[in-house]
Design a protein around this ligand. Structure first.
Ligand code: FE2
Length: 378
């Protein structure tokens, strides 16, 4: 049976192996070490000692250097190559007293070197010291291994926690996306329902959404706001469900009373959309998309940055699409004509109606406006 030093108790008698080809010295050491309370195993040849220590691991090995068939240096090196014996302390006992032999001994793996003739007390003191040291080191190694196992176990548990959290987050992301899609669909359905009262405007609401998104992105709004503007600007005219259909169908100019009723679609829109925090951008757009930068718009006559940015963005999108589309009171304009009216004015629409930053973004994104109109003209 091969005992591991890590698992022996300090109270067990130290197991000492002695190897020397001189019988008198072997006997002397055996008696002295037995007398000091050790279990002693003595061998006169290196080969016999090697076989024995492989079978039964000692706490320490004392060995002579000059021995027939195998020197102490060779025996020490062979012992140190055995995995179970690598940490077993070896002490050389030799009559050779020059420094080179001592260095050779330490290089072979010894922990100590005692020269002959020796004092028995000194030998016993060094043997005890090295056994205590080796046991302390073995204990330390054992604790380190336990610590490494604990760290490994905890790391595995943490990795499993992280993986579980990632799975939960992935499920949540899917649910959030599904909820957002459901909200977008509801917004679209609401906008479509409101359109049934208006003249046939085709994909007007979808195009205004796309145009507004283009401008919002171009002026550098953050991604979340760009997305909200793109989706919720389609609700800009949702209040028109309360406007009498005859007003939309009228080919001539509106009377003051008719225009006043038309303006009410802004307030009606805010009432329909309500106060849900997910629709605050849509509500703001419904209320302010007819305000003008120069203060000449409605319903409040707000000017400049008094108008929320989402209202300023949607205003230009709505005007562009209205100019491009046929209405009972006007024919459709092509892109170039519409571009000219918005950027240079035609008497009714003037550049001063628009936020200059938004107007610049329109000029920069003009080609995409044309492409989007063609794609969604339905
Ligand atoms: Fe409107």
């Amino acid at each position: 049976m091969c005992l591991s030093l890590e698992h022996v108790e300090e109270s067990r008698k130290p197991r000492v192996v002695v190897v020397d080809d001189q019988p008198q010295i072997l006997e002397l050491l055996r008696y002295m070490l037995l007398y000091s309370g050790n279990d002693v195993f003595s061998f006169s040849t290196a080969t016999a000692a090697l076989e024995a220590v492989e079978r039964n691991q000692p706490d320490i090995i004392l060995m002579d250097i000059n021995m027939p068939e195998m020197s102490g240096f060779q025996l020490c090196e062979k012992i140190k190559q055995k995995p179970g014996l690598k940490e077993t302390p070896v002490i050389f006992l030799s009559g050779m007293n020059n420094p080179e032999d001592k260095v050779h001994g330490f290089r072979a793996g010894a922990v100590d070197y005692i020269t002959k003739p020796f004092q028995l007390d000194e030998v016993q003191a060094r043997v005890s010291t090295h056994i205590r040291l080796a046991r302390a080191e073995a204990q330390l190694r054992h604790q380190n291994e336990q610590l490494e196992q604990t760290v490994l176990l905890r790391t595995t548990e943490l990795r499993m926690d992280i993986e579980e959290r990632e799975r939960v987050e992935a499920r949540l992301a899917v649910q959030i996306e599904a909820t957002q899609e459901a909200l977008n669909y509801t917004i679209y359905a609401l906008a479509r329902a409101a359109e049934s009262n208006d003249e046939d405007t085709g994909n007007h609401i979808l195009r205004v959404g796309e145009f507004s998104g283009l401008i919002a992105e171009q002026i550098g709004l953050d991604d979340k706001l760009v997305q909200a503007v793109r989706v919720q600007s389609i609700l800009h005219d949702v209040g028109k469900i309360h406007t009498h259909p005859d007003i939309f169908k009228k080919t001539g100019p509106l009377t003051d009373d008719e225009f006043a009723r038309m303006k009410e679609h802004t307030f009606a829109g805010t009432m329909i959309i309500g106060n849900n925090e997910k629709l605050t951008i849509g509500r703001s757009i419904a209320l302010t998309h007819h305000e003008k930068w120069d203060g000449s718009g409605y319903p409040y006559g707000l000017a400049g940055e008094q108008i929320p940015v989402e209202g300023r963005v949607t205003a230009i999108a709505d005007v562009y699409d209205a100019l491009r589309s046929p209405r009972p009171y006007k024919a459709a304009f092509d892109h170039a004509t519409t571009y000219g009216i918005i950027t240079e004015g035609d008497g009714r629409t003037i550049p001063g109606h628009f936020d200059p930053t938004v107007l610049r973004a329109f000029r920069e994104k003009s080609a995409q406006f044309e492409e989007t109109y063609e794609r969604l003209k339905g």
